[in-house]
Design a protein around this ligand. Structure first.
Ligand code: UD1
Length: 417
């Protein structure tokens, strides 16, 4: 076990490069299961979740090699159609093997993900979609099993715009017979990235990025050769780091069109945001202003940036409000921020944050991926020393975060716990 130690109070300055997007890389790597042959996926970040994908693809029988962020996956000789509990339990996104395996082999068996730290997170909408496409779904011994000789195109309305559900169904529909229309689809940029990769493989997909996606099934796909998009959540996290430290940071690879909600709220808080060629630059004000955010599916304010913004609000001048609409239990960073002196009150899905002049360094514990990022940010802005333990959560989603922050002037180290 390791922990991160931060001596707070340094103004962050300089340039930082955003890595490939975890949430785009995961479905793209699973999409290699759709057809045999040798796939190449580049700009894949080096993260614990990606190690889990590598393990899972290997268990299924794919041959995987990786070098400098490029994955070469040969999925010709798939021998198993089952994702075991041990892997699904560490990464829920493992359920994304369902769509590709079902479409290609007519069968898939995946352990149910179970509860997770930020809420129940069911997969009922994925399963309802597969059923509409003619699959038979059974639940047994903690596993979900899907069978269909040949999936058929269908009209599917998602009760809520699930990101993983939209991705699973697009992948399945790519090889189905006939046309599938997904209504109330999620619109996240990662879905557009997946659709572009699938189109390059020969899939016929229209409307990805809007709330109606139309997929005309094809008989065959070819292997992909694709570069993963930059990580908008990592980019947003560095922009907040600049904001909270009165810093001046150029985030290379950050795309304004993927971050509209985040940028408008940063500007409202008094952060100067400059759009430059291939980068965004943020300059933090002397004192941050309070703001109100409500998390929503894309293009609304992302739930994956909520915890980081709360750390920022904790040192703003006045009272801020956060309403979390996407996940029911995503305030676990609050107790830890309170240990650093933050004044936060929770009622239901709403957090009210009364800003204080400065946070105080303290030992804190990460509870999930984005919560750990918020604690690191709080530590960067706090007085004295902050120790963040259980940082394996952080390693699920931030590539080399302490090295990147050190380059910006942070005093941050990783040590054995
Ligand atoms: C993805 C992201 C995650 C992000 C989330 C919301 C990946 C790998 N992860 O997660 O970082 O926080 O989107 O932006 O891309 N729901 C149902 N039934 C379902 C599926 C979802 O009720 O079958 C509900 C969930 O409980 C949740 C909401 O829909 O309240 C959003 O979940 P979803 O969009 O599916 O999130 P993920 O794809 O798991």
């Amino acid at each position: 076990m390791q922990k991160i130690i931060i001596e707070g109070g340094q103004r962050l300055k300089g340039e930082v490069q955003v890595s490939g997007a975890k949430n785009a890389a995961l479905p793209l790597l699973f999409a290699t299961l759709l057809t045999g042959g040798t796939h190449r996926v580049g700009n894949v970040p080096d993260l614990r979740d990606i190690d889990t994908v590598e393990k899972l693809l290997s268990i299924l029988g794919a041959r995987v090699s990786r070098q400098n962020g490029t994955f070469v996956v040969d999925s010709s000789a798939i021998q198993s159609e089952e994702a075991p509990y041990d892997l699904v339990r560490t990464m829920r996104a493992s359920v994304l093997v369902l769509g590709p395996l079902l479409a290609r082999f007519g069968h898939a068996r995946v352990s149910l993900p179970g509860g997770c730290a930020i809420g129940a997170r069911p997969i009922n909408l994925h399963l309802k979609g597969f059923e509409a496409m003619g699959a038979q779904i059974t639940l047994d011994h903690g596993y979900v099993e899907a069978r269909a000789k040949k999936l058929k195109g269908a009209r599917i309305y998602l009760d809520s715009p699930t990101v993983g559900g939209t991705e699973n169904l697009i992948m399945a529909a790519a090889l189905a017979k006939g046309t599938t229309v997904i209504e109330n689809a999620a619109r996240e940029p990662e879905i557009v990235d997946l659709a572009q990769a699938l189109i390059a493989m020969g899939a016929r997909i229209d409307g990805a990025g809007s709330d109606t996606v139309t997929i005309e099934g094809v008989d065959e796909l070819r292997p992909m050769d694709y570069q993963v998009m930059p990580d908008r959540i990592e980019a947003g996290t560095f922009l907040v780091a600049a904001a909270m430290t009165r810093g001046d940071v150029r985030v290379i690879g950050a795309q304004a069109d993927h971050l509209e909600g985040v940028l408008s709220k940063l500007r409202e808080a008094g952060v100067e945001i400059m759009e430059e060629e291939g980068a965004l630059r943020a300059r933090g004000p002397r004192r941050l202003q309070p703001i109100q955010i409500k998390t929503r599916p894309y293009p609304g304010f992302p739930t994956d940036m909520q915890a980081q913004f709360m750390a920022m609000m904790a040192i703003s001048e006045g009272t801020s409000v956060v309403v979390e609409n996407v996940f029911e239990n995503r305030f676990m960073h609050v107790c830890e921020l309170q240990r650093m002196g933050a004044d936060i009150a929770i009622e239901g899905h709403t957090a009210t944050i009364r800003g204080c002049r400065t946070l105080k360094g303290a030992p804190v514990m990460a509870t999930d991926l984005r919560a750990s990022a918020s604690l690191v940010l709080a530590g960067l802005a706090a007085e004295n020393t902050t120790e963040v333990s259980r940082i394996y959560h952080l390693d699920r989603g931030y590539e080399g975060i302490e090295a990147k922050l050190r380059l910006l002037g942070a005093r941050i180290d990783r040590v054995p716990a």
